[in-house]
Write a protein that binds this ligand. Structure first.
Ligand code: 5GP
Length: 216
């Protein structure tokens, strides 16, 4: 009996701006390069050190709106005055080929993904405390006070949405490697869920005649 190949699992990772989720994602991908990481499109300006096509595809508002119109995005959202969205094609192709894909997106997008893909796994990464979150955000030194305030207000809103997620994953200080491994374990376990193994179950059921000593 040939075992069917499972489709890839779509995992959504969210967390407050400053939760350290970016570091967790980097650690996860260097330890497990087999994951496909979707690169989003955004209308925000690149931060120092960011490169087009690596952190994001940096595009104009007009370009982004054209993508919405042409249904090129799996999900999108406006976040602190900018658009962010996931290009549909890459994600769909990877999943069809059986590769697990991770989207690092905010909560409005996460909700859209869950509606379209009910079997997607939603993971919310939390910092050790709210005070620590504010310190990290200010310590980054890359944003203006106005942007920082916007992000803190957004974090308060996002806290309301935590219950919509399947997993709450703490990223304690210095624990980005552990957090990345925990995330990897979550995704590994998801592969064993019965709902993801329907074809396998059917194959077994279809061959139980052997156990009964019957012929097909
Ligand atoms: P940042 O500007 O700090 O890179 O990202 C701001 C927020 O946008 C983060 O919470 C990040 O997860 C989210 N984000 C990044 N890409 C996407 C995307 O494609 N879709 C959505 N909905 N959110 C995104």
């Amino acid at each position: 009996m040939q075992m069917p190949k499972q489709k890839g699992i779509l995992t959504v990772v969210s967390g407050f701006s400053g939760s350290g989720k970016g570091t967790v994602m980097n650690r996860l991908l260097s330890a497990h390069p087999e994951y496909g990481l979707s690169i989003s499109v955004t209308t925000r300006a690149p931060r120092q050190g960011e490169e087009d096509g690596r952190e994001y595809f940096f595009r104009t508002k007009e370009y982004f709106e054209q993508m919405i119109e042409n249904d090129k995005l799996l999900e999108y959202a406006q976040y602190v005055d900018n658009y962010y969205g996931t290009p549909r094609e890459y994600v769909q192709r990877q999943l069809d080929e059986g590769r697990d894909v991770i989207l690092e997106i905010e909560m409005q997008g996460a909700r859209q993904v869950k509606r379209r893909f009910p079997e997607a796994v939603l993971v919310f990464i939390t910092p050790p405390s709210i005070e620590e979150l504010e310190n990290r955000l200010r310590g980054r030194g890359t944003e203006t006070e106005e942007v920082i305030r916007g992000r803190l207000a957004q974090a308060a809103k996002e806290a309301e949405a935590m219950e919509d997620y399947d997993y709450i994953l703490p990223n304690e200080d210095g624990g980005a490697d552990k957090c990345a491994e925990d995330l990897h374990r979550i995704i590994c376990s998801e592969h064993f869920k019965a709902v993801r193994n329907k074809e396998r179950i059917e194959n077994f059921k279809g061959e139980t005649y052997i156990l009964k000593g019957e012929t097909k």
